[in-house]
Design a protein around this ligand. Structure first.
Ligand code: FRU
Length: 530
């Protein structure tokens, strides 16, 4: 059997972009890694959502329904590499503890989604939960909208409904609701047509679909409908600019924008899309007469390894962002490990000063805290300029919160003590330790934080401290800097034991108003999240 895989190529030095292509490989040779081994793999997270085994990517159709949060996500049931996309399903009462349910959506042999159920959205229409998603089938290049050098796929938009209160079973309409991109574009120049994101405005459904035009740039197509089945194409909601570089895969060059999401936030609208290995956000005004979006602020949603996110509203109406955290190790390594990819923690989106996006970890995560330790400085140390470090975090499963008002250059490093030292506050001992993450801030350059080599914007109000909030889980670090810029990182290590991790700080100790660390309570008894 021939299956497809998703391959992460190298980063461009300029954008540090995670570049993606659809690839292909033979399935032979994949031995199934036993669940007992997966449950012991210290690199598997303990408080993030991921399937018990195999490959996952984008969150799909997250929805709060009948008192429960349902999460669906791109899933390959056959191997820990991209391919044969299904929608896997998990359910939760708090968006933190999950129970896996059987796969919700599978390709229909011979149907318009015979080669994959790609990403999409869940909405409720007249009381019925409905999936709108992209179906793909292999086709000759002249009939394909995915032509990325590895695959030729025809993409169509599909429809499925569920009457099951637990959303386990779904009934598909056998024919597409949109059979191809708008006729007004030259078919051969369309760079993709996928990831539908409908929303309701008054009595009308609107829908954004990711697309683009070769040599012109990515764009988001806007459609309208009364019933989610008959769709009328209107115009591009927004279009990108001519890309500077070229690539075989138009997602790598920015000629195709994937996974759009468009929603109101405060008195503004937010557009999110993924391209060139990065997620872009734009905040602006949605002109309801012209049905055009006019962005006023823009940025990256995460400066590290985070892709194809999707939002939902929680039961209180807050806007929650979910994103896929991919692997950054070689394909051969993750496919041999038996699992690949995970879901980021729930992040709350709000608008901040000057309508910039604010990104805050969901407060429910605080329930998982245990074993709090606080940095206590002896009076003699306070005010001096020294290196201090936290007690070590066990099992790579914890949270660190540091609040600092830097009057001197400041750094926070997560270190893996390679050589065990009795005295973790001994600067010389710490010098020999491997760095998992480095964060640098200088009051001389107050608008930026440097994380590893990546610059991230920071807007500190006069006199306001900088807050660094870190979640560490197996092989993942999620950093929330000032609840404004986020950075997600993967770190790997050999063997069957997670390293101990310490936070090491250099700067003026009197600048530090808080350094608190918690161990985190795992969300399941093993690493299988059942
Ligand atoms: C983004 C993406 C989507 C597509 C899905 C396929 O990661 O490429 O555009 O629907 O993955 O798995």
């Amino acid at each position: 059997m021939k299956i497809d895989r998703r391959k992460f190529l190298s980063r461009t030095a300029k954008a540090a972009a995670l570049v993606t292509t659809f690839g292909s490989r033979l399935a032979q040779g994949f031995a199934l890694v036993p669940l007992s081994e997966l449950a012991k793999d210290p690199r598997r997270p303990q408080f993030h959502l991921l399937p018990a085994r195999n490959w996952m990517n984008d969150p799909n159709g997250p929805i709060f329904w009948k008192g429960k949060y349902h999460m669906f996500f791109q899933y390959n049931p056959n191997a820990a590499v991209w391919g044969d996309m299904h929608w896997d399903h998990a359910v939760s009462t708090d968006m933190i503890h999950w129970k896996h349910l059987p796969v919700a959506l599978a390709p229909t042999p011979g149907g318009p989604d015979t080669d994959g159920c790609f990403s999409g959205t869940a909405v409720v229409h007249n009381g019925t939960p409905t999936f709108i998603y992209t179906g793909v089938s292999k086709a000759p290049p002249e009939a394909s909208t995915i032509r990325d050098g590895n695959n030729n796929f025809k993409e169509v938009q599909m429809y499925a409904t569920s009457t099951d209160p637990e959303l386990r079973t779904w009934t598909k309409r056998s024919t597409p609701i949109i059979a191809g991109p708008p006729k007004e574009f030259e078919f051969s120049s369309i760079t993709g047509f996928r990831d539908p994101a409908p929303w309701k405005q008054g009595d009308t459904w609107y829908m954004a679909v990711g697309s683009g035009i070769a040599k012109k740039g990515g764009m988001i197509l806007l459609y309208k409908s009364a019933d989610l089945q008959e769709w009328e194409y209107l115009h591009p909601l927004i279009s990108g600019t001519v890309p500077t570089g070229t690539a075989v895969n138009p997602v790598d060059s920015g000629e195709m924008w994937e996974c759009p999401d468009f929603f109101p936030l405060g008195n503004k609208h937010v557009l999110i899309y993924s391209t060139q290995g990065k997620v872009f956000w734009q905040v602006g005004d949605f002109d309801l007469k012209e049905l055009l979006f006019h962005p006023q602020q823009t940025g990256w949603l995460d400066y590290g390894t985070f892709y194809a996110p999707k939002t939902q509203t929680d039961k209180s109406g807050a806007r929650i962002l979910w994103g896929w955290i991919p692997e950054t190790r070689p394909t051969a390594e993750y496919s041999a490990s038996g699992w690949a990819g995970l879901m980021g923690l729930p992040r709350i989106l709000t608008l901040g000063a000057e309508n910039r996006l604010r990104i805050t970890p969901a407060p429910g995560l605080q329930k998982l805290r245990q074993g709090e330790t606080k940095l206590q400085l002896a009076p003699a140390e306070a005010g001096s300029k020294i290196m201090v470090s936290s007690p070590s975090l066990k099992n790579a499963c914890g949270e660190i919160l540091c609040t600092v008002l830097p009057t001197e250059p400041f750094s926070l490093d997560l270190l893996n003590p390679v050589e065990k030292s009795e005295d973790k506050t001994d600067a010389k001992a710490l010098e020999t330790q491997a760095s998992l993450l480095s964060i640098r801030y200088s009051h001389a350059n107050p608008g930026e934080l440097i994380v590893d080599r990546q610059k991230m914007p920071i807007h500190l109000a006069a006199g306001a401290p900088l807050e660094l909030h870190l979640y560490i889980d197996g092989s993942i670090i999620e950093l929330f800097a000032n609840n404004e810029s986020t950075y997600t990182k993967r770190f790997y290590y050999p063997g069957g034991t997670a390293p101990e991790i310490v936070a090491s700080i250099t700067g003026k100790t009197s600048d530090i108003s808080r350094l608190t660390q918690w161990q985190i309570t795992p969300i399941s008894k093993d690493r299988l999240t059942t």
